[in-house]
Write a protein that binds this ligand. Sequence first.
Ligand SMILES: [Zn+2]
Length: 348
Amino acid sequence: MRKITIKIAGLLCLLMGFWGCSKSNDPKPVLPQKETTARHQGDRDHHKLKGKEAVSDSTIRPLLLDTAQLVDQGIPMTSLSPALIHQLTDTEIVQRLVDFGLEQQDAQYVVKNHRQDALTVAQDQHRLMEGVHYQFGIPTNPPASWGAILAGPMYWSGQAQKNIQRMFGLIKFMFNAPKFKQVFNRNLGLLQQYTFNGATQAPARNIPSNFEAFKQVANHAMTNGGKNYQLFLYSQVNGGEAYGDLGGELKVYLHEHGVATGSFYMTAGLLMHEITHTWGYSHDGANVLLNPNNIPYYVQAVVAPGFNTQPSVQGLLQSPKWPSGADVDMFTYYFGEDMLRGLQGHPY
Ligand SMILES: [Zn+2]
C-alpha cells in the first residue's frame, strides 16, 4: 500500500509540476511507523480527491484580495527608532542584510529598488531565521525509514552550493519582508484547523493567530534543532521534489533534477515549504494537498504564484501579483528578474 501510494503521489507531483511534499520520517524515531503509513495514505487521498472536489470547494477563497493597497506600503515601523532609521546609509543597510545572509548584489538591488522594505528587514531586531545556518550534507545513504523515498545520494557541486547559498539568503529576507507578512496576515482565514492536526511539534498544531505567532513556532523548532539546517541532494526522490523532515530535525532532502530545472522562485518557494515542515507544520487531512489551507502550501503560495498557472491547479487559489496587476512573484518583485535569472535552470 505504501509503495503504491508513493507512486501515485509521484506521478501527480510530476504532472502538475507541484513540488512540495512532506514525510513524517523519523530517523530517531519520534513518530511510530503506523503514523508514517497513515500520512502517506492521507497524501494519496489528497491527490485522488483534489481534481473536482477541491475546485468546487466553496470554502476556498482568493489568497490575496487587495494588492493595490499593499504595494510599497511596508509595515508600520513602530518598534523602530525614526532617528536611527534616517541615519542609516544605503551602504549600512546593505551591510546589515549581507550580515543576515543576503549576497551583496541582492542586498544592493533590494535597497535600491525597495529601500523602505529593505530597511525594515535590516532594522528588525527579532528576525525570523536569525542566526540560522545551513550545511551541505555529504552523500550518504538515506536513513532506513526513508529507503522508499530517497536514493542515489549526490555531492553538491560548487555551483549548486553557491546557488543554494544565495537562495537561502533570499529566503531569509523573504520570511521577514513586509509584504510577505502582510499577505500572510491578511489571508489567515484560508487556513483550516484540521490540516494542522498531524503536526509533530506541539506548537505547530494550531493555526497561528498572526505572523508573530507563526514566528514563535518557527523559532521554537529552530532553537530545538540547533539552528543548523542540513541540506541533502539525491538523484532519485519519489513522491515529490523535496522533503522536509517532520521529525524535529532541521533536514531538507532535495531532488537534484528538480532543483536543477525549476525556476528560481518555484525552487525557493519549495524550499520555504520544506522549511516550514521542519518547524512541525504538516498538511494532513483530506483534499488539502493543493489547497492553501495548510502552512507549507500557504507559504509557498504567498511567494510563488507561478504554480497556480498549472492547469490542474488553476482556480484553486489566487496568489498575489507584484507589483499590483503585474504577473510577478514576490521574489522577482523584491530582487528583479535579471538578478534571479542566473539562478534559473542552472545545471547542478
Ligand atoms: Zn509538504
